[in-house]
Every structure is written in C-alpha cells, then in structure tokens.
Design a protein around this ligand. Sequence first.
Ligand code: UDP
Ligand code: BGC
Ligand code: MN
Length: 453
Amino acid sequence: MRLRSFRSGSFILKFGTFLLFIELFYVIHLIISNIVWTDMDGNILFLMLNKEHRIDRFLKSYEGDCEISLRKQNLRKNTTLCDCLPSVTEHKITINTARTPTWNEIANKYNKTLSSKGEYKPNDCEPLQSVAIIIPYMKRDSHLKILINHLHFILPRQKIHYRIFVIEQNSPSIFNKAAIMNIGFVEAGKLFNFTCSIFHDVDMLAEDGRNMYNCLYSPRHIGSHVNKYGYRLFYNELIGGALAITPKHFRRVNGYSTSFYGWGGEDDDMKNRLSAQSLKITRFPKEISRFTMLKHEQDKHNPTNKFRRSAVDTRKLVYEKDGLNSLNYSIVETRERSLFTLIKANLYISQHNQFNKIKGSCKETRYFLTKSISTDSIEDCSILCYNDQRCLSFDFYANYCRKHFKPCVIEDSNKENRYVYDKKEKSKYLKYFIYEQIDTFTCVQNRMETFGL
Ligand code: UDP
Ligand code: BGC
Ligand code: MN
C-alpha cells in the first residue's frame, strides 16, 4: 500500500512538472512570437505573431501608405474609394501551367472585363493609383500568354486601375533587360498617365491575390518569395522578379542602368541606386508574396554576364550618368493589342566588349589615363573606363581590398604587377594602374613593405 501511494504521489509530481513545462513553453512561445524582426535597414521582415494576426497587422500598417496619388487629386464628394488593402477573400490562386492558352482564348475570356485595350479600371469605386505594368520581353511567347492570362484574372479582383505594357527587344541579339525596362517606363508614360510602375518578369506568377499590384511610399519587392528558391528570400538585397516603384522614385535614381547586357546584376545595381537615395525596400509577408516562376532554361541570347559583380560594384558610382538619361533606342513598332500594348525597340547602347575581352577601346582608355594624369578620383576613373570591363573588374578588386586594408595594394598572382589603391595617393594609383587581367589576387596590407618604401 505504502509503495503504491508513493508511486501515485510521484506520478502526480511528474504530471505537475510536466504541466509546468508546458505552461513555461507556452509563455516562452508567447514572448518569442510577438517579436518584430527587422532587417539591417530597420524594415519589418516579419512580425512573429500568430499567422493571421501577423498578416493582419502588417496590412494595417500599410493602410494609407498607398494613397500616394490621391493626396493631389480633387476627389468629388461621396466618392467611394477602392480598397487599398486587399479585399479579395478567395486569395489562393491555383496555378496550372499544364496547357498554354491561345491568344484568342485569353482575349475571349477578358474582352468584357477590360475597360479598353490592355487596360482595366473599376467602375464601382475610385481607384487609388494608376498602375503601369512593364514586362521586359524577348522570345518567351508561351510565358507571355500564361502571364497575361494570369494578370487579367487576378488584377480586376484587386480593383486597381492598370494597363499592361510588353516591351520587346528587337535588336541587338543579346538581351538588355534593364535598358528595355527603362524604355518601357518612358514609352508607357507617353501613352498612360500612371502613378505607379511595376517592373515584372514574364515568368513570374503571383500565387496570392492579396499581393496588391500597387505602390507604397517605399519601393516594394512584390515577388520576394519564389518557388525557385523554396519560397525564401534568396538574399536580403534581392529585388528582382517584380518591383513596384513610383515614377518619382524611379526618376530619382535615374531608372535602371543601361550597361548590363546578358543575365544578372541589373537588379542588384538598382538596389544600390535605391540605397544611395535612402529608399528602403518593403516586402509583404511571405504568405502573401509567394510567386511561381515558370520553369525555363537559360536563354541563349541572354548569357550570364560574367562581369556583373564588378559592374554592380562600380556602376553605382556613375548612376547619375547611366540610366534613363543615357538611353539610346528607336521604336520599331507600338501596337495596342486587345490584352496589352506591345512596344518593340532597337537598342543602340554599347555592349562594352563584355563578351570579347581582346578587342575594344582599351588602348584609348589607357592613353587617356597615362597621358592625362589629371584624373583625380577613382570615380572618374570608372567613368573613363566605361568601355573597358577589365578596368571595371580591377575596380572591383580594389574596392574589395580597400574594405579590408587601408591603404591597399593588390598584387597579381605572378607578383609582377602591383596596384596601389589609396584615394590620397592618386598619382601612385594611376602609376601602377596597368591594364592586366587579374585572375587571382591578394590584398597586401602593408604597402611600405611591398614597395620597400
Ligand atoms: N527575358 C526575356 N527573354 C529572354 C531573357 C529574359 O523575355 O531571352 C525577360 C523575361 O521577362 C524574364 C526576365 O527577363 O522573366 C528575367 O530573365 P530570366 O527569367 O532568365 O532570369 P531569372 O530571374 O530566371 O534568373
Ligand atoms: C544576380 C541577380 C539575380 C539573382 C538571383 C544574382 O547573382 O546578379 O540579377 O536576380 O542572382 O538569381
Ligand atoms: Mn526566370
């Protein structure tokens, strides 16, 4: 008997301890789950409240933020404004890519919904913004059909005023997505008085109807959680895929760079431009900003830009000269199709010998640098080296070294060439500025030792 009562006492004790633990976990959970996580810039990444509460709070914080254009408008009395917050209740969108619809099928489906060609305007409320959706495009016919079908399905439900522009690169053969997006911005502006621009890849499909296609005070990375990256933000600085930005902000950063031919980098460069103007990026919660990227191989006419990293590092130094104001193009055709406006363009922007390191204007640049030592800053140098990617990559290494050691010397692998990078010692920098491809390099901390000075 005694033994039994002892055992049941121990059981009660254990059970009590167990309950205590559960309570403790619950309290810890409550504390942790109310933490607000922010990124380095102080942007809210996610509020760890319970899921619904979190999304709700995030969206509330955004209320009023998209009323940008309204402040200037004189609204008639008794006007019903369209919702700025998503009001779609059926927000999960099934994405079925098994079959590509034909243009006729899509047109028949949406002809009655659209207010005019490629454009929709709600008629039961006053829209807050007019949105230009700008799609850079080259030889992706099936993706275009799927996207246009998708957009005209989700966007009227959001009760926004939008018009779709597809900007097709006609020539040259290597794709320059960023320049094409700039052209879209300029040309759409001639046809449509928009207060929000959305730069949208042709293969990106929103999975959640609550992901509003409109602009906030800060540029918004709409397509931040993509299936291709397991619905994670691939890296903190990423803004590619789909970006909403007001024309005012876009002009302020001089649009995208025009010098990125081939795949990659142009979006990272845009992030630098925005940061330089203290424009922070916002993103919707991961449940809402989910996107499917249609599967595809890398396009032949869009080879990876091997110089993109060094270019990203140096382009930001010259963004005031490279962008909307350095566009050089001609319009081949502008056609108002029933589902979108097609703008076809030829680009006349130098390819900077990115794919041919041997040929090019290296000699001229070198001549300029050695004869005109008056160049007085590294920034100037990168402008002068505009046509020489080797110079850009040199700059990249120099900047990399500079971050670690000051002053900085870069040696190439044979220790034959040494480069001084020190803003204060410009002349030395130029003296050792020899046009050699640096394959491997080391940063040498002590310049004195290296030069025996
Ligand atoms: N693009 C295009 N044709 C091409 C290459 C790119 O239309 O040959 C456009 C298209 O809008 C595409 C975007 O540029 O979605 C980004 O290119 P890609 O999809 O290759 O890059 P990813 O984001 O998949 O790395
Ligand atoms: C490229 C970006 C691209 C990202 C994600 C980076 O290396 O520079 O242009 O969006 O990768 O694919
Ligand atoms: Mn893609």
